[in-house]
Design a protein around this ligand. Structure first.
Ligand SMILES: [Zn+2]
Length: 66
């Protein structure tokens, strides 16, 4: 069974991306940009935390990725 996890922005709590559990572990530590509020979220332990926005060109994946 494939369970999708909805990852919510740490800042505005809108769903940034939805991924199956099996894929989330492979994306640990990546940064995702919240299109709603523009804050970066870093994926850690299956949750979003405040991301690092100093290097916005590194590890950015859009919603269509994966
Ligand atoms: Zn947000």
């Amino acid at each position: 069974m494939n369970v999708n996890l909805k990852l919510k922005c740490y800042n505005c709590e809108s769903v940034v991306i939805e991924l199956p559990m099996s894929k989330i572990s492979k994306k640990e530590g990546l940064n995702y940009l919240c299109e709603n509020c523009g804050h970066f979220n870093v994926l850690k332990e299956q949750n979003f935390h405040k991301g690092i926005d100093r290097n916005p060109m590194i590890n950015i994946f859009g919603i269509d990725e994966g």
